[in-house]
Design a protein around this ligand. Structure first.
Ligand code: LLP
Length: 390
């Protein structure tokens, strides 16, 4: 929700830029802390947004860091996350990345294949070290989300499949520089219906029992992230119902008292606090379609082009200019295809979007862009690096 003060602030800044509402972020963090049982550890997933200002907030909140590249591990360390609170996942960790993480004594590698186990063991042996590892398991649980962000099915490249478990355990007996400390799962992202998380718990219970029967009572069970946000109504549901989310795990997860639960949350923490702010450059009226051409494009926010993702689009100049006494129906609304300046037809934020009559120079906010927005921006067309404002 933007006020005339925001417009005043934004008018003095060159667009496009990301605006982050840190007060909302703090409230979101408080809601997580109030809802999560004390023995659950939350790792913030840097892949959602790795801006140092935000990372400092998460560090102070006491979250750990979930990283998927050597540079994310480096960023977490630079932002003073203790290495003992850093987990490192990813199907294709390079030798350099593994070495960097070993040198910094991170808490745990989430390992995605038998081959990767062998390589981490080899590299750790060269350093005379023992690496803590968790097995990233592909639980074959459908997250019912966009196919590009589903990860927990057999057809996905992620994780070790249950039919490989016997081989993994016999292989681990030979790998003396690895210490198996846990199991790791992640079924996908932008999951709003909680049923897939219940299904995940039931699978985890079975898999955990299997390992215990084989003599492995593993102290750490990491359930990944994936909790979705409401892209249609960013103001009415600015903070996710964390209580219901954690209740699923409290209710359905059956662990041993010695086992500690971890999460890797990204989008549901940081998604709603960010908006991409841009300005209308041109209005182009066609026979059937009006275009509002912005100075932000798929280079700043690629989600609509890549996943056909919906983001609420608001003309905040027009919204804030209309006197409070105006009934909404008295403001003329028109339909616009809201597009960017990039030479691609997929560079479109929304089709037939109903907006108050929109003019050159108006500020447009593309909401719920705090997660997977700035981090996925690119320099395509040699565009400037996108800025951020707090
Ligand atoms: N843990 C693992 C192993 C992951 O792969 C992910 C996300 C997370 C945690 C955090 O998931 P979250 O809580 O944010 O859902 N670029 C896509 C999303 C890709 C998600 C990748 N993995 C998007 O814009 O929707």
């Amino acid at each position: 929700m933007f006020t005339p003060q925001h417009i005043q602030q934004f008018n003095s800044i060159e667009t496009p830029f990301y605006y982050y509402n840190t007060a909302l972020l703090q409230n979101t963090i408080s809601a997580i802390k109030a809802a999560a049982p004390k023995n659950y550890t939350i790792h913030y997933a840097l892949k959602a947004n790795a801006h140092p200002t935000l990372l400092n907030i998460f560090k102070h909140a006491g979250f750990g860091a979930d990283c998927v590249s050597g540079n994310e591990v480096k960023r977490a360390i630079e932002c003073n996350f203790a290495p003992s609170h850093i987990v490192f996942a990813g199907v294709g960790k390079s030798d350099n990345e593994i070495n960097y993480a070993l040198d910094n004594n991170i808490f745990c590698f989430n390992v995605e294949s038998i081959h990767e186990l062998q390589i981490i063991n080899q590299l750790a042996a060269l350093k005379n070290k023992t690496a803590n590892i968790a097995l990233r398991i592909n639980p074959n649980v459908d997250a019912y989300t966009h196919k590009y962000i589903t990860t927990g099915l057999e057809e996905n490249k992620f994780g070790i499949n249950p039919y490989e478990f016997d081989t993994v355990l016999s292989e681990l007996k030979k790998l003396n520089n690895l210490h198996l400390i846990g199991l790791h799962f992640h079924i996908g992202s932008q999951i709003q219906d909680l049923t897939p998380f219940k299904n995940l718990c039931l699978r985890v219970n079975d898999i955990n029992k299997w390992f215990i029967q084989k003599g492995y009572l593993l102290p750490h069970i990491n359930l990944g992230g994936g909790l979705g946000i409401n892209y249609s109504q960013p103001d009415t549901e600015a903070i996710v119902d964390f209580e219901s989310y954690f209740n699923v795990f409290k209710q359905f997860l059956e662990l041993q008292p010695q086992q500690h639960v971890h999460f890797e949350l990204g989008r549901c923490i940081v998604g709603q606090c960010g908006s991409l702010i841009s300005r209308v450059l041109y209005i182009k009226n066609g026979i059937n379609t009006n275009f509002a051409i912005l100075d932000a494009g798929m280079t700043e926010l690629i989600r609509p082009a890549l996943y056909q993702a919906f983001h609420k689009i608001e003309n905040i100049s027009a919204n804030c200019a209309s006197p409070v006494s105006h009934l909404p129906s008295s403001i003329i609304h028109l339909k616009y295809d809201v597009v960017g300046p990039i030479c691609e037809s997929s560079d479109c934020f929304g089709k037939a979007v109903s907006l108050p009559e929109t003019k050159r120079g108006h500020l447009i906010a593309i909401r719920s862009a705090g997660a997977y927005g700035e981090v996925m921006s690119s320099r395509y067309n040699l565009r400037n690096e996108v800025k951020s404002v707090f």
